[in-house]
Write a protein of this length. Structure first.
Length: 453
């Protein structure tokens, strides 16, 4: 491929967004395998649960107040708000809420979380456009397939972890462009605009003792950028057709292999890197009937990147979500790591902190080579009487290789929705609407309950 730039071109591969756009424009829901369609619907349900519960957090309330401020043309639903707002604002607010609890879905090779970026954007545009359920599901498949490939390619070429809002914005643009019926040229423009305007979402650099920021993966900004890119492209706004950092063949199997089927779901509302240690801790507690007050020491051996998750006494919910000591402490002390253990009211829970203070994180070099496909952790618990127990987890619960079944996913949704103060009747309405989405004429049974209707 011949290309020109004012910066050196030999440092990273260059991919052609027009090739991606061509496949996306011709991808039809009828050509998508049933398993991939089912996975897309479960991703939608999971994101809705995260949005509903996330609306109750301080982060979610700030985002909702910001997204709903002023006089706006009513276009799309903002979770927890009785009136409609502009699509861009709905995408931003719902995106922040979807990631506020850190319970949103993810993909190992993409090294991040596509759903919280793509689904708020697609849902907002679909509602505004009066799209049907099948159109929404089709758009979600397109968005996930694009985002996962872009995210995986960018990490493969650079080895740098960027927040999901960075590469997820391209998937959000793809999903929105599909709903709007963009042709190949405009879809290419939408992808290019999104890749140009996406949040930088650089790797976190924190001062010693600094709290984990609410910006997290910048998913709200990525969702907003995807919506804006599609709407601008629809009006004829142009964008670049090439993207640095993705291999030319990165999207060759799109439409043949469906990467959405490799998406994982989170059983715990915390950073995915904490989950192997939490799984191991819960396994040890159950097997050996460990009581928190009997714990003398805990060693968590894991890969280097996870060493940053070292808050012992987190001062914010975000810091608790990104803390191996706190989440392992909750697992061993309480036997549960749910949204109820990771709230502001639990940050000074003495039972959790007593164990968290005894947790030591140890780097195990051989685990680094397994990243990002695996995120191993081995937990060794020493009791006051000298007994020692250990467990290792490479593939945490919720992964394709260790999946949550439908019953577990539905239970997670209901738990999150209950926390979000949605009635059992409305929960059932949402579940039925999502599971039958490929035959629904409209989205009112999904969006209505988000507004309390």
């Amino acid at each position: 491929m011949r290309a020109a730039s004012y910066e050196p071109l030999e440092t990273l591969p260059i991919g052609d967004l027009s090739q991606l756009a061509r496949v996306l424009c011709h991808l039809d829901l009828q050509d998508v395998p049933g398993d991939a369609v089912s996975k897309a619907k479960l991703c939608l349900l999971d994101a809705l649960g995260c949005m509903i519960a996330g609306a109750q957090t301080r982060t979610g309330r700030i985002a909702r107040d910001y997204a709903g401020r002023g006089v706006q043309e009513g276009e799309a639903t903002l979770t927890g708000c009785s009136r409609l707002v502009l699509v861009q604002n709905a995408a931003f607010g719902n995106g922040v809420m979807a990631s506020a609890l850190d319970a949103d879905d993810g993909h190992r090779k993409a090294t991040g979380h596509p759903g919280a970026v793509i689904i708020p954007a697609a849902l907002a545009v679909a509602e505004s456009a009066g799209a049907s359920g099948p159109r929404l599901v089709e758009s979600l498949v397109c968005g996930y397939e694009a985002a996962i490939r872009i995210g995986a390619a960018l990490f493969s070429s650079s080895g740098v972890l960027r927040g999901s809002g960075h590469w997820g914005s391209v998937g959000a643009a793809a999903a929105c462009g599909k709903i709007l019926g963009l042709d190949e040229a405009k879809m290419t423009a939408a992808l290019g605009i999104a890749s140009s305007s996406a949040p930088a979402a650089p790797p976190k650099i924190l001062r010693e003792g600094e709290d984990w920021p609410m910006t997290k993966e910048c998913v709200g900004w990525g969702s907003n950028a995807g919506v804006s890119a599609a709407l601008l492209a629809q009006q004829g706004f142009s964008g670049p057709t090439l993207l640095r950092g993705i291999q030319e063949d990165a999207c060759d199997d799109l439409g043949v292999v469906f990467r959405i089927q490799d998406v994982y779901f989170k059983p715990y509302p915390s950073c995915r890197w904490t989950h192997p240690a939490v799984d191991a801790a819960l396994e040890l507690k159950k097997r050996w009937h460990i009581a928190g007050e009997d714990v003398a020491a805990v060693c968590v051996s894991t890969f280097a990147r996870a060493g940053l998750l070292s808050y012992i006494r987190p001062r914010t919910v975000e810091s608790a979500q990104f803390s191996i000591p706190f989440t392992v402490g909750a697992a061993l002390a309480l036997g549960s790591v749910s949204v109820r253990e990771l709230t502001e009211s639990q940050l000074d829970n003495p039972a959790i902190l007593q164990v968290a203070e005894r947790v030591r994180i140890e780097h195990r070099a051989e685990f680094d080579a397994l990243f990002p496909e695996a995120i191993p952790a081995e937990v060794t618990v020493t009791l006051r009487d000298g007994a020692r127990f250990a467990a290792r987890v490479d593939v945490p619960k919720g992964s394709p290789g260790n999946p949550m079944d439908l019953e577990a996913i539905l239970a997670k949704f209901r738990d999150l929705a209950t926390y979000g103060k949605v009635s059992s009747e409305q929960q059932g309405r949402i579940v039925r609407a999502v599971l039958r989405a490929e035959s629904a004429e409209d989205l009112s049974d999904i969006t209505g309950p988000l507004r309390g209707e």
